[in-house]
Design a protein around this ligand. Structure first.
Ligand SMILES: [Zn+2]
Length: 166
């Protein structure tokens, strides 16, 4: 049973954020309660998405809430990408840090639903951006990895300073 730290979001440079996550293979009550907790934390943090590593759980699970619709992504994989979009992104694991990120304009994603059934969706624009951001998390890839080397090093220093001062 993984240990959950109530409402504490892991921030950079917590090592769990860099770990490759494990696929989910059981779809019972435990998964349901993790998803409920993640949704709560996402709302508290005012985020549009939250990935399991951000609460210290190294598993392929993310929740997204955008324009009234909930998505629970289990073992998600991007099947297709089309076009490009550029826009500003933030991350609950990098409080106070924002930057422009280039993402595909449209993606097709395969994932499992809460009952283990496979689902394929096409998403575009901002929602595609959120999907890509959360799926990145499940591969240990973070917001700052999309920044230029200079901006990345500034963001890292800012996060390390914050950690030291706390
Ligand atoms: Zn994030």
């Amino acid at each position: 049973m993984p240990q959950m730290s109530k409402t504490v979001i892991c921030t950079y440079p917590d090592t769990v954020l860099r770990r490759e996550t494990a696929p989910i293979t059981s779809f019972g009550e435990e998964l349901k309660s993790i998803v409920e907790e993640m949704k709560e934390i996402m709302f508290e943090g005012d985020g549009v998405g939250l990935a399991a590593p951000q609460i210290g759980l190294s598993m392929k699970l993310a929740v997204i809430f955008y324009e009234g619709a909930h998505y629970t992504l289990i073992n998600p994989v991007i099947l297709e990408e089309k076009g490009v979009q550029e826009g500003e992104e933030g991350c609950l694991s990098f409080p106070g840090i924002y930057g422009n990120v280039i993402r595909p304009a449209k993606i097709r994603v395969k994932y499992l639903k809460m009952n283990g059934e496979e689902q394929i969706v096409d998403v575009e624009d901002f929602l595609a951006r959120v999907f890509c951001h959360e799926i990145d998390h499940l591969n240990g890839k973070l917001l700052i990895d999309h920044f230029s080397p200079l901006k990345k090093s500034m963001a890292r220093k800012k996060m390390l300073r914050k950690r030291r001062d706390n």
